[in-house]
Design a binder for this molecule. Structure first.
Ligand code: CA
Length: 319
């Protein structure tokens, strides 16, 4: 962590360890558990609504297959882009399912196909969050991911421009509701910065980032690559294994800090620990204190907040 900066808990798809991901219920729970940011993944619908959903597809988290059996594409997947927002709002949301459509990806979580959950838009979530911030005098932020911008451009929509326009329309007060924008595609982030976006930008880094876009000749995990990123983004959001591997700090966090970048690794899950780890709370504390990450993505915001606040150095806002 860079001195003077807070340690931030990003609720990954909401408190998704407890309730179906990207539902308003999961977001409200994350807010109540003390998260600093709620994450939104954004995908466009047929009528260009900005839907909060993780995949381009609807078939792993809704009952779209049962309801619209004939609207898959040739690849056998049901795309949000092929449905109107009105249609999507009627779908029942479930805890995430495996490709078999039956078993849950995380068997110990909320039971699949139970409850009455719905998907919602970025505008809906801004309303929820700003309302909660107002009612509690807190300043929880939006942490918005642009999903597959090149794919969306091919589908006839500039997702980055649409998200920026939606945020601008909401007239968010920077202090009351902070916003970060995140993307795996480096070209999209360069374009957003060149376009004058005012929001801090996070370059997500996949397990194998090389295939994720145009890095302009640099390995993004090298010192040169980090220095190049620091010219237009504020943080990196690396796969956890780039930061912490075999029970040890890999050194990436310190190198990124030296380049002037904050570090926000993903994804910390109590029910899916990295190889060799046995104690989730201890892993969280080591990331906060020993590695010095600035923020982390987690499905379990309550535990990340508890681990941070248990450190002798104190909680948010300390060194
Ligand atoms: Ca995401």
């Amino acid at each position: 962590m860079i001195a003077g900066r807070p340690r931030l808990v990003i609720a990954h798809r909401g408190a998704s360890g407890y309730l179906p991901e990207h539902t308003q219920e999961a977001k409200a729970l994350a807010f109540g558990q003390g998260a600093d940011f709620l994450e939104q993944d954004i995908v466009a619908t047929r009528d260009d609504a900005l839907l909060v959903v993780h995949d381009l597809h609807l078939d792993r988290v809704t009952d779209v297959v049962r309801r619209y059996p004939h609207r898959a594409r040739a690849d056998g997947r049901w795309y949000a882009r092929d449905f109107t927002l009105a249609e999507i709002r009627e779908l029942e949301v479930t805890e995430r399912l495996e490709a078999d459509g039956r078993n849950a990806v995380f068997p110990g979580r909320f039971p699949p196909r139970q409850g009455r959950f719905r998907l919602h838009t970025l505008a809906d979530e801004i309303t929820l969050l700003t309302g909660l911030n107002r009612a509690t005098s807190r300043g929880v932020g939006l942490y918005v991911e642009l999903k597959h911008p090149a794919w969306h451009r091919n589908e006839g929509i500039d997702l980055g421009a649409a998200v920026v326009a939606c945020l601008a329309q909401a007239e968010l007060s920077r202090q009351a509701t902070p916003v970060w924008l995140q993307c795996f595609d480096p070209g999209e982030l360069r374009a957003l910065r060149a376009g004058g976006t005012e929001w801090p930008l996070v370059q997500l880094l996949a397990r194998e980032p090389a295939g994720q876009g145009d890095w302009q000749g640099h390995d993004p995990l090298s010192d040169e690559g980090l220095a190049a990123l620091a010219r237009h983004v504020d943080a990196i959001g690396p796969w956890l294994g780039h930061v912490w591997r075999d029970g040890r700090d890999t050194g990436l966090t310190a190198r990124a800090h030296a380049a002037g970048l904050a570090v926000h690794p993903w994804t910390l899950r109590a029910d899916r620990l990295p190889d060799g780890e046995q104690d989730f709370m201890q892993l969280l504390r080591r990331l906060w204190q020993d590695v010095g990450v600035d923020a982390l993505f987690t499905d379990f915001p309550d535990m990340a907040v508890a681990a941070r606040d248990s450190l002798t150095a104190g909680g948010r806002g300390s060194t």
